[in-house]
Structures are given as C-alpha cells and as structure tokens.
Design a protein around this ligand. Structure first.
Ligand SMILES: C[S@@+](CC[C@H](N)C(=O)[O-])C[C@H]1O[C@@H](n2cnc3c(N)ncnc32)[C@H](O)[C@@H]1O
Length: 318
C-alpha cells in the first residue's frame, strides 16, 4: 500500500470519527469527560486565550478581509469573524460538522459572509473559494495532520497571500507538570481519598482508542483522541518547534495557556464524586483560573501548558 493510500485511509477514518462525534455531541455534553465539555467552567478557562486572539485580530483588522479556518468543526471561528465583517471559508473533512456550521450560519443571519466546504485541507482548491486569504486560522486541528512539518509550508504557500497572517491555537504538550500529576494521582489513590474519585469513569475515558482506530470501522472511543490525532502524537512532534521554523514566516507572538486549571478541573470536578469537593472547587475556580493565566507567563510553567497560541506573518516563499 502506498503512502497516498495510507493517507486516504486515515482521512476517511478521521472524517468518520468526527461525523460520529458530531452526531453524539449532546451525549458528550450530558456526561462531560473533560473540562472542555462543561461550558460554565470552560468559558471561564478559555476567556483569557479568547480575548488574546480577538485582540490580535483587531490589531490587524485593516489587513484582514478574508479568513480560512482549517478543520473548522462546527464553524464557530468563521461565524465570529463574519460578525465583525471578515468573510470566511471553513473547511473540514467531516460532512456532519459542516452541516452544523452551515445551519448555524443561517440561524445567526451570517450565511452571506460564510462559506463551508467538506474537504481534506491538503486537497482544497482555494481558487474555487475566492483565492488566497489574508488570515489562516486553526484551533485544535493542525494536530490532526500527521507529517505537519512537511505539510504546513505547502499549505501556507498555497492558501495564504504573501504578507498574510496565521493564527494557530493548538495543544502544546510536555504534559502535566510531573509534581502536579503525582499529587493528583496520589490523592485519587490515597486510602482516605480514593472513594471521592470516580475511578470507573476515569478508566472508561482514558481507554485508548488506538486498537479501534486500527481495526477501521470498529467502535471508536469518542471521548478519546481521533485516529489522525493519535498518529500525530505518536510522532512526538513539538508544535512550537514546527511553527518557529516555518520557512518564509516570522513568528510575531506566542503565548501559552492552561497549565493547571484544565487538569485540576478534570480531577476535582469531572472525576470527583464528592459534591462537597466539587462545590469547594467551584468557589475557588475564579482564583485558580486567574493564577493559571498569570503563571503561564513564566517559561518553567508554560512548558506544561495544554494550549499555545502562535501568531505569524508569511513574508513570501520559503
Ligand atoms: C478537535 S476538532 C477542532 C474543530 C474546531 N477547529 C474547533 O475549534 O472546535 C478537529 C477538526 O479537524 C478536522 N480535520 C481533521 N483532519 C482534517 C483534514 N485533513 N482536513 C480538514 N479538516 C480536518 C476534523 O474533522 C475536526 O472537525
């Protein structure tokens, strides 16, 4: 089997995973397995990161007329850009995600400023969508492109006009700080504290979907990583390294977010059985998020951040 066949197979599995996830999305919110699926807490955790990305776009608004969102999912970024007059194209391999994105654009009266396409971003013919854009955007989707180090320079050259910008918000992983991990693990297994935690749910959530993904059409664990995401992390790339070395591009700004707020929310809220502990956690939550955002400015903390934001300019051919 050739590399192209392998890639096509992976793309089909990837699209199927996200189609199924979109169909089951309400179930994932009904029984959240991760802080991202608890809107009341997630909105607070991501607020700092969101405000930062809004500020970056506002600062360069005069140069940005069109945006392309890579792996747009249900299209929230394209919708948000349309609200401030930026015309957007959203691309995703999942037909179900694109259906949702289109439906929401219509419901919000934004359909004339948003176009959505079901496609593998590597195959997108940008000329059919108005030509090269001024801003290339991605949140949590670049890490679904295995071989990103080779693919991204090609995408930039093909999709972005020289002088255009890139705004990427992606997982950035050395993982949870070892001290924090040890502490949480110790509590979850401690003689006095182990009954407070929902160990069964934790095991269910963390069950690797690798074997299911390898078998093809089997029962994916929709609470786990997607097939392409698993492959990407298997390569152990460091996102910051790829982005800092992008040919013909200048890194203008980078920032890191969520070193411990997300992990602690999972431990003391998502997998916590005790209502008292959950209540106490919620009371201390605003302070925790403030401390997390503040601490992520320090290098020794941001090494462990869950997310990074990178803002780059494309100066021409690499
Ligand atoms: C974690 S989701 C992020 C969705 C969205 N950006 C967001 O912030 O909610 C990753 C998305 O990337 C899409 N994706 C994965 N590989 C892709 C590819 N080769 N081309 C286009 N989209 C892709 C998936 O279908 C999925 O919707």
């Amino acid at each position: 089997m050739t590399r192209i066949d392998d890639e096509q197979r992976l793309n089909r599995k990837e699209a199927e995973f996200w189609d199924r996830q979109e169909e089951a999305i309400q179930q994932l919110y009904d029984r959240p397995h991760d802080w991202r699926f608890i809107p009341a807490l997630a909105n607070r955790i991501v607020r700092g990161r969101e405000n930062y990305t809004r500020r970056l776009i506002a600062k360069h608004r005069g140069e940005i007329g069109r945006v392309l969102d890579i792996g747009c999912g249900s299209g929230w970024c394209v919708h948000a850009c349309a609200e401030i007059g930026i015309v957007g194209v959203g691309v995703d391999v999942s037909g179900k995600k694109i259906e949702t994105a289109q439906r929401q654009a219509v419901e919000r009266g934004l359909a004339d400023k948003c176009t959505f396409a079901v496609a593998d971003i590597m195959e997108l013919d940008i000329e059919a969508y108005g030509g090269k854009v001024d801003l290339l955007f991605a949140t949590s989707s670049l890490h679904h492109l295995p071989g990103l180090g080779q693919k991204l320079p090609l995408l930039v050259e093909r999709l972005l006009r020289p002088g255009g910008y890139m705004l990427f918000c992606e997982p950035h992983f050395e993982g949870m700080a070892p001290g924090l991990q040890k502490f949480i693990w110790g509590l979850a297994n401690g003689r006095l504290t182990r009954n407070l935690f929902d160990h069964e749910f934790f095991a269910e959530v963390t069950r690797e979907s690798q074997s299911a993904a390898e078998e093809g059409d089997a029962d994916y664990n929709l609470r786990s990583e997607s097939p392409a995401g698993l492959e990407f992390f298997g390569e152990e790339p460091v996102m910051a390294e790829i982005l800092r070395k992008l040919p013909g591009c200048k890194l203008l700004e980078e920032r890191y977010y969520h070193a411990f707020a997300g992990h602690l929310t999972n431990a003391f809220y998502v997998f916590m059985k005790s209502k008292v502990v959950r209540g106490l956690f919620r009371c201390s939550f605003p302070l925790l998020v403030f401390a997390d955002d503040f601490m992520c400015r320090f290098r020794w903390v941001n090494r462990h951040a869950q997310e990074g934001v990178w803002f780059l300019r494309y100066d021409g051919k690499g």
